[in-house]
Design a binder for this molecule. Sequence first.
Ligand code: GLN
Ligand code: ZN
Length: 762
Amino acid sequence: MALAHSLGFPRIGRDRELKKALEAFWKGELDEAGLRAVGRDLRATHWQLQKDAGIELLPVGDFAWYDQVLTHSLTFGVVPERFRPHSGKPGLDTLFAMARGVSGGCCGGAHAQEMTKWFDTNYHYLVPEFTADQQFQLSWEQLFEEVDEAHALGHPVKPVLIGPLTYLWLGKAKGGEFDRLDLLERLLPVYGEILQRLAAQGVEWVQIDEPILVLDLPQEWKSAFERAYNLLQREPLKKLIATYFGGLEDNLGLAASLPLDGLHIDLVRAPEQYPTILDRLPAYKVLSLGLVNGRNVWRCDLDKALDVLRHAHERLGERLWVAPSCSLLHSPVDLGREDKLDGELKDWLAFAVQKCAEVAILGRALNEPEAPEVLAALAHSRTVQADRARSPRIHKPAVQARLAAIEPAHSQRRSPFAERIRQQRAHLDLPLFPTTTIGSFPQTASIRLARQAFKQGKLSAAEYTEAMHSEIRHAVEVQEQLGLDVLVHGEAERNDMVEYFAEQLDGYLFTRFGWVQSYGSRCVKPAVIFGDLSRPKAMTLDWIRYAQGLTNKVMKGMLTGPVTMLMWSFPREDLTREEQARQLALAIRDEVVDLEAAGIRIVQIDEAAFREGLPLRRSQWQGYLDWATEAFRLCASGVADQTQIHTHMCYSEFNDVIESIAAMDADVITIETSRSDMELLEAFKAFAYPNEIGPGVYDIHSPRVPDSAEMAGLLRKAAERIPAERLWVNPDCGLKTRAWPETEAALVNMVAAARQLRAQFA
Ligand code: GLN
Ligand code: ZN
């Protein structure tokens, strides 16, 4: 028997009930009691779903009103001064203020805590803020209340805590530099208190998440693990330490030997660590194997998982547990909800509810191998794997033949940049400091309404096209009046920069309810790559051609790059990410070539997620960077020298990847810099970026309109590091979230700033 447990369940609800309740509460349409009732119902439903699926030890502490790291901060009383209530303990209002900020009020409001990505997922957590004199005290009862709640429902539970080291690692030092590790001694007594209270509630096992054990850790942090857990081992309760999102590698010995009662490892991301773990695990410890992928939507290959499990069972007997690889927070809730997917596709998928059933059946298969349910599940899994392996919906000989025929030359522009830019300058005839934008213009309510009406069949295709044409006409008119040099069509027809293209490619499928929490009440519904990818017909050509027909100025074509398409989709598990990126690259390459043939002289290929793809471990960076740059070049290199390729990236931490960015060999890159006051230019001290570059001169994330002197100042700063003839002038990202008045006001100033610089450098 292997005990089936889960590391965490999605909290948002299969109909996004939590999202809806939160938003109603924030608008004042639902009171706190109403919100709390929704939370309680969701927790009860989720425990029952997991239990019905066969999970034996249910997680508590995976529910959060906004984010589990934020809940943790409240639990330990890590509430920044600006949010601290005048009297008494923090309440839900404190929690939402920390998450969302407060505007106005007596003291001018308080900005929200910073948010950042949870390891390499698309989930965002609220960064704890620590001060040098940080005190910790138990300040939030949620975990204990939820344990009581589960017990009252008769559930066997395993509370989940973020471990002390991971918690400190995720936070930031505020109000002066200091070492966060210095806080550990003050933090641990509160962990002790929590464990004692849980024990008093009758809890047997607690799960302590320490995912930083899969990262490259400095020696002091490794040593701190031993210190911390030597202290915590004294507390009552059995403790399972959970690691996920990667392999333990050099931390394996450390993780195995910590004085705890169990260890969970992710065998989906890092199957290779299994044999070593078996050898290093002390004889008293439970080993939990994460065999069902908690981060993707595919049905598990039960035979494959069972092979490992059987082997482990021989060695470990009762000390073996089975689980999803990580919390199911990162997977959609219930496949049963999908009523529009065809039966075959649906049969290939598994969401959180189904994954729990997979975990449970794996556990049962060990001691009841002949149980009819076990046999049926294994037979079904086998059929699905076999069907998929030979399905013509997945395997496209034409795509594979094309992939096999790729030669190194396909990922090389014909001439080096110096020669290309000479031809491009002649072909484009642009002034010094050319001005442009990143692609999108305001997505107004009328655009969204038109799209909705079209989808519901209330607008005909012709009416919809005319509505979009009228938006394009407006965008082109405005840009001509502003005096911009390189125009865009404005992307009115695009709902989302990935979904728009995914919908037009073969090999993608779309769910109706496959929502995954991104942060707070925000959810995303990523498209799913299920088969070999290809482009049946041109995707953007008609719109761009229409836009170019309206002006004599250069119209930039606008595409999303292969790496970003991949990072923001659920990928296949039967093909490497690298191969999927190459398929996407070929499909987009066809579009680039079509645009060129239609007379488009500049094509921008956005790679907003390029840096996001970096693996957690440094040792794996170069491998990723090599295939990612290669995929970009494959999609960009089908055109003649005189066609100019732009790319765009939305962040400013380039210092550690600048050489790979250069290796992408785009003729022009536009990037974010304005928020960091051209900090990015630091990267150019050590490495001379060889091609043209448009450092964003104003922050589109804020409605503030900077004056032209401010923008000109930033450009002068840039010109100290980058030769003036290689500089472009542009905002730092697309303008779709802004309104027209502030957009026009900012662009007037931007064009004026460019003119000042031209005069100065002429
Ligand atoms: N071209 C896209 C836009 O302007 C780029 C968006 C992005 O980088 N996130 O909206
Ligand atoms: Zn951007």
